[in-house]
Design a protein around this ligand. Structure first.
Ligand code: ZN
Ligand code: MN
Length: 466
């Protein structure tokens, strides 16, 4: 039994104002119902005016995916009643979407996979219902916030693949600077449809609505696949139904059956003229496109010698990617810079902004590469610089040099050998891994201020009777 999955992804576009009015669109931290006006509240007589910036951001996505932008597209009304939708309809693009076709290539367990895109369209978001013990509250701030909806072909073959596709899409959206695409904030949301086919015959689709994390996407699809397989193996039929997903209990919740399916009575919105995207406008959008992540990755692998998994980890967040690029260009060994940014600095990188100025990390890496300090010293300085907000050059000059003096190293090594007779005996009996232990002890005594390679050499010389 094969699994066939398609996704419908809603992405909140990073515009200053809403899709059809001049209310601010960054509703997330705003007090409820403070970002509204007659247009987004759907008051009688109010007229929508299309936000050009939202169109341009959606066009960026279309172009990056290789979709075919429709020269003339159209806005339609999707009619339904729900308390978070004061107009009684959502403005979307149904008959002619902004763009059709395209694809996204990504990696799944090291293998390249390509998923085709059916269409991309612009639409407005609805408000938000907040369920409390005393009743349900409504916040209209999100009404009219611009979304681009990306609909894939049913090309995904496992829940895990769906998750990785979504991850790759998020990376793309962030690099294009069209969305912060934070799933926790609902800036990237996903509906999924799934069917299990038997002997190559397509099965009946079930839909899962509003998946708000990568984990939810994977788990909900796994649950839906298991549910369908169980029905089919009992000889029962899969019904065309829509589920929600309870993330806490990891359970599918039946929302509606086929009989309850809505008829949205779509028709062209008479308040909006058709959207015309001519060649000149499209060329302008193309010219302003940021470098897509796959091009950046190829460049880094070529120029800096990174491996794909390092590149992928750095590309997750464009701020981190820019930071790495700045550091990599300024140090003698760009590949080592990847390790510093991902591992050493990565442990302190919890917010949006880098925890240390790039120039400081450059100074630190240079000091290590030039042998002025050891790696353990560098880690200590890094910790101090980040936690105490001190500049790296200041800490470097206070750090003092590495113990390089042969006499001092030898004295240190002799002391360690005296204190660890068992390890010495082990080494002499052929258990050479005892050397690593002795080097560790010596490094501890030197408080990290000795070069481990030279220490190992001195210890070895002494152990072999030198
Ligand atoms: Zn408004
Ligand atoms: Mn939609």
């Amino acid at each position: 039994m094969d699994v066939v999955i398609g996704l419908e992804i809603h992405v909140q576009l990073l515009t200053r104002t809403k899709l059809f009015c001049s209310c601010r669109a960054d509703y997330f931290a705003a007090p409820p119902n403070t970002l509204t006006c007659p247009v987004c509240l759907g008051l009688p007589g109010a007229l929508p005016v299309l936000n050009k910036k939202a169109v341009e951001l959606a066009l960026r996505v279309a172009l990056a995916l290789g979709a075919e932008v429709q020269e003339v597209s159209q806005f339609d009304r999707k009619n339904y009643f729900y308390p978070d939708l004061p107009k009684g309809y959502q403005i979307t693009q149904r008959a002619v979407p902004l763009a059709r076709g395209g694809a996204l290539t990504f990696r799944l367990a090291g293998q390249e996979r390509t998923v085709r895109v059916r269409e991309l369209h612009l639409e407005e978001d609805a408000g938000k219902l907040i369920h409390t013990e005393r009743g349900t509250l409504i916040d209209f701030n999100r009404c009219g916030v611009p979304l681009v909806e990306i609909v894939t072909e049913p090309d995904l073959r496992s829940p895990q693949e769906a998750r990785e596709f979504l991850r790759a899409l998020r990376t793309l959206l962030r690099h294009l600077r069209v969305s912060t695409a934070d799933m926790e904030k609902g800036e990237l949301r996903c509906d999924a449809n799934i069917s299990v086919s038997v002997d190559g015959r397509p099965g009946t689709k079930t839909e899962i609505k509003n998946l708000n994390s990568f984990k939810a996407v994977e788990r909900a699809l796994q649950a839906a696949a298991e549910h369908q397989r169980a029905l089919l193996s009992r000889g029962e039929r899969v019904e065309q139904v829509t589920f929600g997903w309870d993330e806490g209990r990891e359970e599918l919740l039946l929302q509606r059956t086929k009989e309850e399916a809505h008829d949205y009575r779509y028709f062209p919105d008479p308040d909006l003229v058709p959207l015309v995207v001519d060649a000149m406008w499209l060329a302008q959008v193309q010219a302003a496109m940021p470098e897509p992540p796959w091009e950046r990755e190829a460049r880094w692998i070529r120029a800096f010698g990174l491996n794909p998994s390092e590149a992928e980890a750095l590309l997750v967040d464009p701020v981190r990617a820019d930071y790495f690029e700045e550091v990599a260009r300024a140090v003698p060994n760009p590949k080592a810079a990847a390790g510093w940014v991902l591992a050493e600095l990565g442990q302190y990188w919890t917010g949006d902004e880098p925890p240390l100025p790039a120039a400081d990390l450059v100074a630190l890496i240079r000091a290590v590469e030039e042998g002025r300090i050891t790696r353990p010293q560098a880690k200590e300085i890094l910790e101090k610089a980040v936690l105490e907000r001190t500049s790296v050059p200041v800490l470097l000059s206070a750090a003092g040099g590495v113990v390089r003096d042969e006499e001092a190293l030898r004295a240190l090594a002799e002391e360690v050998l005296r204190e660890n007779p068992q390890a010495v005996a082990d080494y002499r009996a052929g258990r050479t891994q005892a050397l690593g232990f002795l080097v560790g002890q010596a490094l501890r005594k030197a408080q990290g201020r000795a070069d481990p390679k030279r220490l190992a050499h001195v210890l070895q010389t002494l152990l072999s009777g030198g």
